[in-house]
Design a protein. Sequence first.
Length: 249
Amino acid sequence: MLPELVVLDMDGTLTENKSTADAEMIELVKKLLEKTKVAVISGGGFSRFDEQFLVSFLIDVSGFGNLYLAALNGGTLYSYHISDWKKVYEDVLSEEEIKKIYDAFKTAFAETKFVQDEKIYGTLIEDRIGQVTFSGLGSDAPLEAKRTWDPDRKKRLVLVEALKKHLPDFEISIGGMTSIDVSRKGIDKAYGVEKLAKFLSIPASEMVFVGDTLFPGGNDYVVIKTGIKTISVAGPDDTKRVIRELLAG
């Protein structure tokens, strides 16, 4: 039987990292929305959903009543109401917290002797309102460049350990191919799952989470403690297989 809610990570799961979902994926999600509720969770803000996911639906919003968007790793939740997306809740970092995180990155860079690449695409450290995200090659780096920058996560693991010393009251996790996400303690994808459970009155045990970073230190890993069933995938093609299996089951 289908779970009452399917939670899909976005980058690396539903789409290639910061790329648009392809037509085949959208058709599979549409079929899933006809049968059950679906939530998409991302480290990015609402604009990422718009650019990478919603745009591919074109004008077909028929299934949006069953669709929920959890931005900033669960720090903000959107639901569709009548003809537009509305915030269900939002957790925002203060200016003092944001400054503290930026200062910690600067210190961590010095302590670990981190060398920034000569070519940075977009923003290296981005304030996302409820989260601060470091992108090793910049926020707009091309996919092929990101694939080879830190495939074993060693560069980011060193930075994460340094950051933890200076930001003990914050959540720090690895996301995507080049990112490190920092948010207020307790604001992570497990928080997002718990908020979805409360908002939809669906226990986590009746949900399934599909993600590509369900390893220790990955920003999907924390959902395991909620009791949600998890399925680890290696990319969008793998996710398509999982959705087909869910639909067939």
